[in-house]
Design a protein around this ligand. Structure first.
Ligand code: PLP
Length: 396
């Protein structure tokens, strides 16, 4: 997945443009330069993702935060998210004053739409679908639930950029989509992120909020008005420049990922006890991870340990992972922040120690995910697939 594996002349050229002019800020200083990398990146992202608007920000976490802000999710509102995600999802929800409501995932490794429907209350405002490890939840079912209950669908597509659902890019299906360009993502600019939307209203609010409320309508920065209070989630021109080079390479990266993925898939398909993550009808993954299930938790653990011992690197057993699964989120369950949370949040938090996430546990305890690297040679992927095959067969 990581685009940094292929940093080269293209990235260097874009960064040098910025260094040559000396203008590292995305706004203003128009007379001193002849390029606007953040703006160019936004145009490229909007075009590639087939949406009217893209706004780039300082991180994927910032993108999620701004998405929630611009959608008016705030004090005490409930936002539904999966038990399997990255901590950024609930950090963003908490940061806007809202309450994260964890809901079970299924064999898609994404939100189960029936479980989502059961979790809806009169305080629910949004559903954050997280497209973990390159693929998606059943978005048709989630869209239907959101439409029925008048909820905003936000897509966290940070790990699935380039995947599609019914021929539409992931991120463009909900009201707002979020991407991360952090250092380990499919396309990276060091640190960065983006929101995409077809809503002019969301876009207008987002671009103002991420830059201290500037309306960006003045002849220069000082002449801008500030209709709302904002914050600073700006990306720098240096980061955006790397993003400009990388986004142009996205389709090449996706093709390589698919090729490597398919070699591993073809090898593991030969074992009847191995099954694969369900990709919903109409969905196409971005192939950033290869995800599969084994028959029991014990076998899965054993295989994952053997992978590590025998040098099959970059594989993940999420069930025991510190960051991505609800079992290790005591800091969330106890609402342990640096400071006190509001009464609405504190009193609104479910007692997660009493929650039943056995449906998620049943799936995630049998899941292994393998990062698909871009820089592998075909021989390396084939050797790797053979080694995986041998280890799994020996463990069964
Ligand atoms: C990486 C990631 C984020 C956060 O992105 P940053 O750019 O690192 O802030 C959010 N959600 C998911 C699913 C991610 O993988």
């Amino acid at each position: 997945m990581p685009g940094f594996e292929f940093f080269g002349d293209l990235e260097r050229k874009e960064v040098n443009d910025v260094l040559d002019s000396g203008v590292l800020m995305r706004y203003g200083f128009d007379k001193a330069r002849d390029h606007w990398k953040a703006l160019e990146l936004e145009n490229l992202v909007a075009e590639r993702m087939q949406v009217k608007h893209a706004h780039v920000v300082s991180s994927g976490t910032a993108a999620l935060t701004v998405a929630l802000m611009a959608a008016h999710i705030n004090s005490g509102d409930q936002v539904i998210l999966p038990t399997f995600t990255f901590v950024a999802s609930f950090e963003a929800i908490l940061s806007v004053g809202a309450v994260p409501i964890l809901v079970d995932v299924d064999e898609t490794l994404g939100l189960n739409a029936e479980a989502v429907e059961k979790a809806i209350t009169n305080k629910t405002k949004a559903v954050m679908a997280v497209h973990m490890c390159g693929s998606m939840a059943d978005l048709a079912a989630l869209r239907k639930v959101c439409a029925t209950h008048n909820l905003i669908l936000i897509e966290d597509a940070c790990q699935a950029i380039g995947g599609t659902f019914n021929n539409k890019p992931l991120g463009s299906i909900g009201k707002i989509g979020c991407f991360s360009f952090d250092y380990v993502k499919t396309i990276t600019c060091g640190e960065g992120g983006a929101i995409i939307t077809n809503s002019k209203d969301i876009f207008t609010k987002a671009q103002a909020y991420t830059d201290h409320g500037h309306d960006h309508l003045g002849a220069d920065r000082g002449a801008d008005k500030h209709p709302i209070l904002g914050y600073n989630f700006r990306i720098s021109e240096l980061n955006a420049a790397v993003g400009v080079a990388q986004v142009k390479r996205l389709d090449d990266f996706l093709a390589i990922q698919k090729k490597h993925y398919t070699i591993i898939e073809n090898a593991l398909k030969t074992i009847p006890q191995v099954s694969f993550r369900r990709v919903p009808k109409g969905g196409v993954q971005n192939y950033s991870f290869f995800n599969f299930f084994l028959p029991t938790k014990e076998i899965t653990k054993k295989v994952h340990t053997e992978f590590g011992k025998q040098g099959v690197d970059a594989t993940f057993y999420w069930f025991d992972n510190n960051w991505h699964y609800h079992k290790k989120w005591d800091h969330l369950k106890q609402l342990k922040g640096l400071n006190k949370y509001s009464n609405e949040q504190y009193n609104g938090m479910p007692d997660y120690y009493k929650s039943d996430f056995s449906a998620s546990d049943a799936v995630i305890s049998k899941t292994i995910s393998c990062l698909i690297k871009l820089s592998w040679t075909e021989e390396e992927v084939k050797a790797r697939a053979q080694k995986m095959l041998d280890i799994i067969k020996a463990a069964l």
